[in-house]
Structure formats: structure tokens, C-alpha cells
Design a protein around this ligand. Structure first.
Ligand SMILES: O=C(CO)[C@@H](O)[C@H](O)COP(=O)(O)O
Ligand SMILES: [Fe+2]
Length: 215
């Protein structure tokens, strides 16, 4: 199992985005998490292609884009051209999920599928072999800095079993309310990738916080 931290740039200081990227480049974080919101799928609007293109110029690390937009299949080619590595779509936002995951991989990216806290794991059972990663939301999507929903821990354990029983290599990512208090327990429950926004960028020493999340 992998053990990766993907800091969410949603909580970064956008006026100092270049410095924030350089700080992450120096850190133990292997991925950059990029939250794209359209104001329709979620009640918030974040950033899109120009910002992701700028971040791509600042790092060689893995760009992990989390699309909180309706009909994400419309923009798969755009994100591929920007150099995104993992493209994650919500199963609630695309009607033909199987086709969408295949289209992401056809563009040379790794395909992720995200589930809202209220969505059952059975929603993705049939497409599990097509997914390189499953993102479990541990808050309702749309905002950083929310409280971790505790029932997600059991969901992680059940997803771990589903993946292992099928002999798959699918990564499990958890997103929302992750901090230095719950990180260890989340890795132990079976997560491969922890997204952390507020815990990293809201701390006095983000580089040290990333190391603590990994401990
Ligand atoms: O996708 C989202 C929110 O919708 C996340 O990636 C948040 O940005 C994580 O922030 P924290 O909960 O860690 O502050
Ligand atoms: Fe996210």
C-alpha cells in the first residue's frame, strides 16, 4: 500500500501561489491536489485551467485534479493537455461513468472516481476495475476546513476489502477534514493517499505538518 500526502491548494495563499508550490516541492508531499468547482455540482467556485497550467510550470510532482463539476467528460482533453496526472470525477456528476473513466485513460491520464459522503460504495462496484483511484469524500464537497465525518472510516475499511478481494491495485484517497490527529488511523484503515488542505496551509510550518501526517 502507498502512503502519500496530497496537499489541497484550495487552502493556499493564492497571492503567493508560486511560493506555496516551491514550499511543497521542498516537502515530503508527493502529489498536489487541485480542487476544481463549478458552482453547480457544489455551492462554490474555485479555479480552473489557467491556474492548473501555472501550477504545472512550478512542479514535476503528481498533479491530482479533483473535478467537482457537472458532466466532467466535457473537459477531459483540456486537463490532459495541461499535464494533469490523475483526473478524478464524481460518480454523481457523470451519467456514463464507465465511458468517462475510459476516456480519461485514453488521454494518457490515470482515472479516479469520487463519492460524496451519502453515496454508497455499490455505486462504483461495477467500474472498480476501470478506476486507478477511488476518492472518498469525508466532508460534503465544496469547501476546505470542514469537520471530518467519522463514518467514513468504516467506508474506507469496506472499500479496502472490496479492492483486495478483487485483487485490484486501485488506490484509496480520502479528502476532507484530514489532520495530524486522524492521519495515522486513516492510513491504518487502508487509505493510500490523504488530501489535506487546512491542516497543511493553516499550520505555522506546513513542511513539518506534512512530515507529521506521514508519521
Ligand atoms: O475537495 C475538497 C473540498 O470539496 C477538499 O480537497 C478540501 O480542499 C480539503 O480541505 P480540508 O478539509 O483538508 O481543509
Ligand atoms: Fe478535493
Amino acid at each position: 500500500m502507498a502512503k502519500i500526502i496530497s496537499p489541497s491548494l484550495l487552502s493556499a495563499d493564492f497571492l503567493r501561489l508560486g511560493d506555496e508550490c516551491q514550499m511543497l516541492n521542498r516537502s515530503a508531499a508527493e502529489w498536489f491536489h487541485l480542487d476544481v468547482m463549478d458552482g453547480v455540482f457544489v455551492p462554490n467556485i474555485s479555479f480552473g485551467m489557467p491556474v492548473i497550467g501555472a501550477v504545472r510550470k512550478m512542479t514535476n510532482k503528481v498533479l491530482d485534479a479533483h473535478l467537482m463539476i457537472v458532466e466532467p467528460e466535457r473537459y477531459i482533453t483540456n486537463f490532459a493537455k495541461l499535464g494533469v496526472d490523475f483526473l478524478t470525477v464524481h460518480c454523481e456528476a457523470t451519467v456514463h461513468l464507465h465511458r468517462t473513466l475510459q476516456a480519461i485513460k485514453a488521454e494518457g491520464m490515470r482515472a479516479g472516481v469520487a463519492l460524496n459522503p451519502s453515496t454508497s460504495l455499490w455505486a462504483i462496484e461495477e467500474v472498480l476495475p476501470e478506476a486507478d483511484m477511488v476518492l472518498l469524500m469525508s466532508v460534503n464537497p465544496g469547501f476546505g476546513g470542514q469537520k471530518f465525518i467519522e463514518t467514513t472510516i468504516d467506508k474506507v475499511k469496506r472499500l479496502r476489502r472490496m479492492i483486495d478481494e478483487r485483487g485490484l491495485q486501485t488506490l484509496i484517497q480520502i479528502d476532507g477534514g484530514v489532520n495530524t490527529h486522524n492521519a495515522k488511523m486513516l492510513f491504518e484503515a487502508g487509505c493510500d493517499v490523504l488530501v489535506a488542505g487546512n491542516a497543511v496551509f493553516g499550520s505555522d510550518d506546513p513542511v513539518k505538518t506534512i512530515e507529521e501526517l506521514l508519521k
